[in-house]
Design a protein around this ligand. Sequence first.
Ligand code: NAD
Ligand code: TYD
Length: 333
Amino acid sequence: MTRVLVTGGAGFIGSHFVHHALEAHPDWQVTVLDKLTYAGNPANLEDLEGQARYRFLKGDIAIRRDVQAAWDGGVDLLFNFAAETHVDRSIGDPEGFIRTDVYGTYTLLEEARSRGLRAFVQISTDEVYGSVPSGVSREDATLLPSNPYSASKAAADRLAYSYHATYGLPVFITRASNNYGPRQYPEKLIPLFITNALDGQPLPLYGDGLNVRDWLYVADHCTALDTVIERGTPGEVYNVGGGNERRNIDITGRILDHLGVPRTFIRYVPDRPGHDRRYALDCGKLRALGWTPRHNFEAAIDDTIRWYAAHRDWWEPIKSGAYLEYYRTQYRL
Ligand code: NAD
Ligand code: TYD
């Protein structure tokens, strides 16, 4: 059995990866270590309860004894998804981002250094490159993160690399573009706008709505991680993009049209400070290893909209209580 530790496995991408891992790798024994912050949701993993090759541990990657407890019995592969992930929250209160994204990664790296493992996969982001007005970022591009979230992810990305360069730890770093799909916390653009449209609420579009992101379907992200550990080289960085550059306004229009909601529901709100205009990746390095994204954006976003429409039981409990407080403070709507 291959012993696999997935941190942040109760979140959006982590929970997809845990399901993928158990299905695609019958020889993997998966432990999830997750603090269950506001973004961590036990419902994302509840269908796995009782499976012999799966266990869940509640714990914090920034607390060494929690990491040690997760390491009991050994770890062969570690996928570090655990992070504070929302740019807007990082602008309001950066501290938790430094603690989890930077110090938490450090804690995992230290445990890995003392106990050893076969692969440490640091899930980084295309946001570490900062805004890319034209062209595409290759893995050797300068890192120019421009908000506390992307800066803390860049720190973790380079700290992970330093453990390879300095201590020979088998670190792999992936920089994925914006993910979308089922079970994404409804603070991010796509799930927020779908659920607002379903609820007859306005869709708060920042600035002129012309910012561009490259969208990656979450299942394609999971297969990219397989390729990286199967065929990648330790110490290397791999961009993971969907090849779907879209303007926010166009995504908004597609969601509204799909749900038959008029454009008058778009509410232009003041821009996010330090808002990166565009992200775009050159993914030639990972494609050369045989990976390619399989999901067509238009089909996959339509599926995603249908999923949220059919799973109000998943998102309605989230959009209450502390979420509403966050929402009102953030948007003043
Ligand atoms: P998410 O916010 O949905 O989930 C994060 C998970 O981490 C939650 O389950 C949360 O409880 C857990 N967590 C937070 N702090 C923790 C701590 N101190 N200890 C243990 N667990 C903790 O995030 P996501 O969108 O699934 O992103 C997962 C990873 O992928 C992150 O590292 C993020 O930076 C990276 N990433 C995300 C995207 C994207 O578009 N969402 C794109 C590229 C990279
Ligand atoms: P987001 O989902 O927060 O991801 P990121 O900032 O990490 O790329 O935002 C995606 C894009 O959508 C980004 O350009 C900001 C924009 N956006 C809005 O216009 N309104 C919103 O309410 C949110 C959350 C995002």
